[in-house]
Design a protein around this ligand. Sequence first.
Ligand SMILES: [Cu+2]
Length: 223
Amino acid sequence: MSRWRSLGLLAPGLLVAALAGSRGVAATALTPGQVATDELFGLVLLFALAIGILVQVLIVVAVLRFRKTKGRSAGVANPKTHDAKLEAAWTIVPALILLVVGIATFQTLAVTDTVPEDADVTVYVIARQFQWEFHVLNETGVWTNTTTEFTVKVGQTVKILLVSEDVAHSLYIPDFRLKIDALPGTTNVNWFQAMEAGDFEIHCAEFCGVSHYTMAGMLHVVP
Ligand SMILES: [Cu+2]
């Protein structure tokens, strides 16, 4: 095996090792939405990786096999231009991959976009330049009004109703894979159920002005 060929075969291996390593430090189950989203990401990554490696290997093989060498400067005399079986395969296989990814996506949406009718806690969130305001209504009918941070308990289903007072913002809790647009004149609804206690960062994920970067907060999940 030539040096170049072994290099070409080594690259996909290194990529797989790197990705396997990064999956190894994946977060624990924090919310049903986070688990469903991460599973879908893993599935799509698997297909993307397989296709990426296949393409890279084919490129390396083609480059090595058809490169100009001593005594060979012209291409193949009668190159094959049609192969019914090959064409059927590269049509059917991607169609099946899309079908699997499509079904898995709808299964994920069934978790992330099905807001519980009778949530334990309702949080009305107002986004403005450059602050989050939270009005938390718990199951006993008590309101807690805060800015920047709010608190819920482990296991509570939390419904979020989100509006903006000025420009477009986006409520982002990275650990929960939860990102909701905050738009003036519209109320966007979403939900989560924290399965672990902890402090989870909140960020604005829509550039909303010069102090956009300061629009951060914290979600406290207590036992
Ligand atoms: Cu913002």
